[in-house]
Design a protein around this ligand. Sequence first.
Ligand code: SF4
Length: 492
Amino acid sequence: MSGTFVGMPAFPEAAREAVHNRTLRGNLRHATHTIRAKRAKAVAEVSDWDALREAGARIKDRTLRHLDRYLVQLEESVTAAGGVVHWAADADEANRIVAELVKATGETEVVKVKSMATQEIGLNEALEAEGIRAYETDLAELIVQLGKDRPSHILVPAIHRNRGEIRDIFAREMSEWGRPAPEGLTDTPAELAEAARLHLREKFLRAKVGVSGANFMVAETGTLVVVESEGNGRMCLTLPETLISVVGIEKVVPTWRDLEVFLQTLPRSSTAERMNPYTSMWTGTTDGDGPRAFHLVLLDNGRTDTLADEVGRQALRCIRCSACLNVCPVYERAGGHAYGSVYPGPIGAILSPQLRGTASEIDASLPYASSLCGACYEVCPVAIDIPEVLVHLRERVVQGGPVIRGGNKVVLKPAKGHAAERAAMRAAGWALARPGALRTGQRLASRTRRLHPRTLPGPGKAWTGTRDLPAVPSEPFRDWWQRTHGGKDGAK
Ligand code: SF4
């Protein structure tokens, strides 16, 4: 069973451990720099990239504005094509639905295509509790599952592992799960891939139930789309008799024309390819071809609450390309595990606190897991202004304040540990609203400036540990202006 993120420490604590791991940092640096350079080249080939990016953002925004309508249209289309649609308000409901569907087939094994939504709800663990074993078939997911590890990247979940580590995991664990690794397995990529291929093939041929997510769902026809690079998705989607797809409600697009935009931007942003090696599309069921039963589980799990936040809702545009991870200086050093969620990096820092709320220590710390350099926004193919949402969420963490939970407006308690920041902000707010008091305070600060400490005490100590405390000028700006320009308002 893969490890879960339950009970993770707050980001700074988890990241501190990671930055001292030299192997991890080396693996991450090498992988992210390689992918980011390739992406930049693939994007530069497209002359209308900015227009595509803008179109992608607008399509997603329009869809989210009318999400209720498109989801009903999707349900009608899927049903008309022979599929069955289930609605799941949260992770527990989605897991229960999938477990019951699998049990109804009499099977105790499923093969899985890589799916962020099923990781988000902890489906593998929930199925295991019901006596059903889920086999991951994406190569990187297989490495994570065999290594009893957690994913650390959206696209390359085993990015933190190097070839030697993967060889050891295969040699040690494969026999526990099925076909053992070949004798004398080395760490050459071809041998590792062949070992995985042989191990997985017997699972594909035996499985009667497949579980997938989807990158997109087209409302007008009820078509689901999975893009991937290894062909394991095609096997999982076509060989089993029953296919169950668990998909977040934000993955719907209205028409095939809309899909055209994302099938150009997603591969270049994620794997730096002009198009994905495998693009699988299916619409309900077809006699004599592919699964005989198809179930679509539409997952909310915090998405409608996120939609209610006017600034934060742009996170739902995300097409999970992972370009923002690959350019993020914080992710490069801290690695994916520190984010305590299946969604690491900049997108995780804005998505997890919205889907899960900011009540836990890890979720309250995530909006701070950024230097706000803006590189994530620059590369995002759907123009999500991640820094804007981070600042917005920081405000929510410090102030508490109203949010929508389960469709109701609730007032969150401010997160622990921010009392000093809140007090400082309240004091600043008070002074800035009273020009007379502000001027008196500035003059007092100027006159006593030689007595000011060079470092801050208490919670501010860490801040001045790496920076100089800005010096107070000998004369406040307003006084200088009045003296040099004359008049109360500066008019001579
Ligand atoms: S936020 Fe943008 S760049 Fe990051 S994974 Fe989502 S779509 Fe890609």
